[in-house]
Design a protein around this ligand. Structure first.
Ligand code: PLP
Length: 396
């Protein structure tokens, strides 16, 4: 293997949110498998590009060059069959930052914003902190996995209160990669009821065969004009600490409003190292990404097979994209507090608690499997042993 994803690289004393926090400093060794970054080194050419720029020694105000835009355009054409124009690309410090900016730019206080829970928890924060109204179109868990409730979706839009739909595709935490047909139905309904789509596609490069990602905006000219698409190299190449995202807004009026909202908040999204890393990632990262996807896919299959075979008390749906497992612990009958304590204290695992993704997530937890396989194996064996122990005690 040309790239090494097996070696454990210590992240201690690197100011890592995942590894350098209080929870990790208790007596018991806790495995952190929560926040969405990977325990892998990034693409060698990205490290090199950053190191070369760092050597220069002057880090003044910066702008993006032609090569930056070309790299993004080429990547999207090649990987997502989506032909962008350079001027469509705007910026933000992060995708969550862009969600806040979009809500402020395109809706007013009191307007409705629709989301599909259980969903990435900062979506709720963005709606609450901007004093907008939360509207829910919960995904339905069927025998086939999570599906969209289109009848409810249209009901929510028909109310006339919803002005913006915040789509998460691929979906965090449930791991769905929505099909072109599903996206077309949602996009058409949004056009019909004049609801703007803000599509968070940050996980769009992390897709497992035979699934493939379709950018909603690439489906039709109508969708292109009625959407903003949030992208970033951060999940794909493990660059979240560089705070650099690219927000694609083909419609010039929308783009102007988005940029205005950024200016009003005095956000300067131009981080010099983020720009260098992004360009290097999209220019040189494809071979590394293919190797990563192979590794992640093996981790995913290993984990799902292990759970199905060894821990029948937990249900799991095989994810189509992202590096998360969405684990259903509800059969243990624990309250949300008790589940969190059980995972930390008995299993020694720090996962994201499901309830933060909405009440639909209660009884679930999200596990990040973007780590060396040996860590994943350890985590699953810990889980198996903790549940076996739990069952013995609960039958006493
Ligand atoms: C769906 C989704 N959107 C946005 C983000 C965060 O993006 P950023 O760090 O660029 O704000 C994440 C991180 O986990 C995510 O899963």
């Amino acid at each position: 293997m040309k790239f090494d994803f097996d070696t454990k690289v210590s992240r201690e004393n690197t100011y890592s949110v995942k590894w350098d926090t209080e929870k990790m400093q208790g007596g018991k060794e806790i495995l952190p498998m929560w926040i969405a970054d990977m325990d892998f080194e990034t693409v060698p050419q990205i490290k090199e590009a950053i190191a070369n720029r760092a050597k220069h020694g002057i880090y003044g105000y910066t702008q993006r060059g032609k090569g930056y835009y070309e790299a993004i355009i080429d990547w999207n054409r090649k990987r997502h069959n989506w032909q962008l124009e350079g001027e469509w690309i705007t910026h933000s410090l992060g995708v969550v930052n862009a969600l806040f900016t979009a809500i402020r730019a395109f809706t007013s206080v009191g307007d409705g914003v629709l989301v599909q829970p259980p969903v990435y928890h900062p979506f709720y924060r963005a709606i609450k902190y901007t004093d907008r109204q939360l509207y829910l179109n919960p995904l339905k868990l069927t025998e086939k996995g999570y599906e969209i409730d289109f009848v409810d979706f249209e009901d929510k839009l028909r109310s006339g209160r919803v002005k913006l739909f915040m789509l998460c595709n691929p979906h965090n935490p449930v791991g769905r990669v929505f099909t072109k047909e599903e996206l077309t139905l949602m996009g058409d309904l949004c056009l019909k009821y004049k609801v703007l789509v803000v599509s968070d596609e940050i996980h769009s490069d992390l897709i497992y065969r035979p699934h493939s990602h379709t950018p909603l905006a690439a489906i039709s000219k109508g969708f292109q004009e009625n959407s903003i698409t949030c992208t970033a190299p951060s999940k794909t190449f493990n660059l979240a600490g560089l705070a650099t995202s690219n927000i694609i807004i083909p419609n010039p009026e929308l783009r102007q409003r988005y940029n205005w909202a950024n200016d009003v908040a005095d956000i300067n999204p131009y981080n010099i190292f983020g720009a260098i890393a992004c360009e290097a990632a999209y220019r040189h990262g494809e071979e590394w990404l293919e190797a990563l996807l192979q590794y992640l896919s093996e981790n995913k299959d290993y984990a799902v097979d292990f759970i199905e075979k060894n821990i029948p008390e937990i249900s799991v749906v095989r994810p189509e994209g992202t590096y998360f497992l969405w684990l259903d612990f509800s059969r243990l009958g624990l309250s949300k507090e008790a589940l969190e304590r059980f995972l930390l204290d008995q299993a020694g695992l720090w996962l994201n608690q499901g309830h933060i993704f909405g009440s639909e997530g209660e009884g679930f937890a999200r596990m990040n499997f973007a780590c060396p396989k040996s860590i994943l194996e350890e985590a699953l064996h810990r889980l198996k042993a903790a549940i076996a122990e739990f069952l013995i005690h609960s039958f006493k």
